[in-house]
Design a binder for this molecule. Structure first.
Ligand SMILES: [Zn+2]
Length: 327
């Protein structure tokens, strides 16, 4: 099959990769700044130029490329190829015809997919999700994204909006989430939620290595720094991850009950904490779920790392070539 290009529209970086869709291998890749403050027209021009440059730098001509997939961090109508709402980009991109614009600027067919559904598809085809028909992905970073494979298909729902697992409600009386609802998982276990627990501990003057590691500068506290403290035996840091893992386990319990997944995969930067999150998450699921065989659900971290999304969306475009609109 012809190679496809996978792009990732990130708040900070635009990434693109030429992908061998038969093997999932990245053949070439490029990264540039998004400069999102310049507005969506400028960013779309930059995406198109990056695609054309990537082809130029490869041994392929444009006619040898099958098409383009773009992973987008927000709400889309993938049938129309339109962006509806990007919560973390300036201007929020309401009703921006991203697919059509990139098609006219590059002359290549374009498919859109939410960024974490792209990760889900990539991990399923060539990563930690290989070989199972039903799985769930939580991608933990600045927010918590999600994706579902159900009965051997990426679950899409209305216009591709299904699978927002980070907005599973943990406590209906809980804190306001960035999405407008209350008590979502994202408000408890995202990177910023974990970092803020570390800041609180240091600000309260608790004895914790987090303080030393950040040089008592609260702005330097990150989930990675707290994980480092936890790994060196700091109990307060370990407890912060224990709680985040517990909340993930509560959300995962609901997913187990609703879709009966064979695997649950943690992806995204915060998932690098590994067993600090996985152990309490699994313990919580196994203690609470009885309506399905929860001991058969495997909980793993992703295998494709930072490339899961760009590889996944290229594979998605390759398997969904053809007219976008299904009426
Ligand atoms: Zn939410």
């Amino acid at each position: 099959m012809k190679p496809y290009i996978g792009c990732d529209l990130g708040g900070t970086n635009l990434r693109a990769a030429l992908v061998d869709v038969d093997t999932g291998q990245v053949l070439h890749q490029a990264s540039t700044l998004t400069l999102a403050r310049e507005g969506h027209e400028a960013v779309m021009t930059r995406i198109a130029n990056q695609i054309l440059q990537l082809i130029n730098d490869s041994e392929f001509s444009k006619t040898e490329i099958g098409g383009v997939g773009i992973g987008v961090p927000g709400v889309l109508d993938i049938e129309r190829g339109v962006v509806l709402f990007l919560p973390n980009l300036p201007g929020t991109w309401p009703d921006v015809p991203l697919a059509e614009t990139i098609e006219s600027l590059t002359g290549l067919p374009v498919q859109l997919l939410n960024d974490v559904r792209s990760i889900t598809y990539g991990e399923w085809r060539f990563g930690a999700g290989r070989g199972v028909d039903t799985l769930a992905v939580f991608a933990i970073g600045t927010g918590i994204g999600g994706g579902l494979i159900i009965n051997g298909q990426l679950h899409l729902g209305i216009g591709g909006t299904g699978g927002e697992l980070g907005h599973t409600v943990i406590d209906y009386n809980g804190p306001r989430c960035g999405c407008g609802n209350y008590g979502c998982l994202e408000a408890y276990a995202s990177g910023p939620a974990i970092a803020s627990q570390g800041m609180k501990a240091v600000a309260q003057g608790l004895t914790t290595k987090i303080g030393e590691l950040c040089g008592y500068d609260l702005n330097r506290i990150t989930p990675e720094l707290i994980a480092q403290a936890a790994e060196s035996g700091d109990e307060i840091a370990a407890d912060i991850y224990e709680k985040a893992g517990f909340y993930l386990g509560i959300a995962a319990s609901s997913i187990c009950a609703s879709i009966g997944p064979r695997r649950i995969i943690l992806s995204g930067g915060v998932a690098q904490a590994g067993s600090l999150l996985l152990v309490p998450m699994e313990r919580t699921m196994r203690a609470r779920v009885q309506v399905m065989p929860v001991d058969q659900v495997q909980v793993l971290t992703g295998q494709l790392g930072n490339n899961a999304g760009i590889v996944g969306v290229a594979l998605w475009a390759a398997s969904h070539a053809g007219p976008r609109s299904k009426g």
